[in-house]
Design a protein around this ligand. Structure first.
Ligand code: ZN
Length: 275
């Protein structure tokens, strides 16, 4: 397989995976199967034909409308397919056609699915986290056997990391609950951090929790709060703060920690703590 063929293959495969990710994101929060029934238009129930289901192109050919009832089809579908295709392409561009590239692509795809579902439905489905956890542990074994570990955690760190990640977020949620006198964190965040820990190991999963909290705090101050404040002014009501799902911030934080976490930890130890 030439380099170009591998890259095209990675993009197409990623777009197909992105198409399946759309199905997971829309069906899992409603406890529906992602296998059957086949996709239908939510408006008129018309089954979606195979050629309309081709990632990105199907939506473009339909010009974003159902062929039956002309109801608009969300642009999120082709967008997710494009983004996942680009993620898989980027993984192969950076790591070559290796197991590590596949591992990076799958972890990034699962985290994207979790962030989208948490943002839209305020849940982190077990489908993503159970798959992500089993894949993370299995990939740690395969990576060790192939001698392909970085940027992921080694086998031992992967198992410890899952416990540390889940434990750290559970402790944060417990303390938050005591301080705020209401539920501060869902159990989905705990399962998400087990997935992150299995991929990143203990140190970088702790870093993920800190980065996620920082990202969340910054978005809250710069985006969520100002918007809620403006709306309350317009409606002349008290400020009504929306729920902010933590998984939306933990997922990108985990990707940052995967690629830059070790450098950040080294910098902190040497330049700040002088260790
Ligand atoms: Zn329709």
């Amino acid at each position: 397989m030439t380099e170009t063929t591998a890259r095209i293959f990675a993009f197409v495969l990623g777009a197909v995976v992105g198409s399946f990710l759309n199905v997971c994101v829309s069906r899992w929060p409603q406890d529906q199967s992602v296998i059957s029934p086949p996709s239908r238009c939510p408006g008129c129930g018309r089954p979606i034909r195979w050629h309309e289901n081709v990632p990105i192109l199907g939506w473009l050919r339909l010009r974003g409308r159902c062929a039956g009832c002309r109801e608009p089809i969300s642009a999120m579908y082709p967008l997710v397919e494009l983004v996942v295709g680009l993620i898989w392409l980027a993984a192969v561009l950076h790591y070559g056609p290796t197991f590590t590239a596949l591992r990076v692509a799958i972890v990034a795809t699962v985290l994207l699915g979790i962030a989208l579902t948490d943002a839209m439905h305020y849940v982190i489905p077990d489908g993503f986290t159970v798959f992500g956890f089993i894949w993370g542990v299995a990939a740690a074994f395969i990576g060790a056997a192939l001698n392909e570990t970085l940027p992921f955690a080694g086998l031992y760190d992967s198992l410890i990391g899952a416990c540390v990640g889940a434990g750290a977020i559970a402790i944060a949620g417990w303390l938050g609950e005591v301080a705020l006198k209401k539920e501060a964190m869902g159990f989905g965040d705990v399962t998400l951090m087990a997935v992150v820990g299995a991929a990143l190991g203990p140190q970088r999963s702790l870093l993920t929790v800190f980065l996620g909290a920082a990202l969340g705090a910054v978005s809250f101050l710069l985006l969520v709060y100002p918007i809620a404040w403006l709306q309350s002014r317009r409606k002349r009501e008290a400020v009504d703060l929306p729920l902010v799902p933590f998984g939306v911030f933990l997922a990108p934080a985990a990707m940052i920690a995967l690629f830059f976490g070790q450098a950040m930890i080294d910098w902190y130890r040497q330049d700040i703590m002088g260790l």
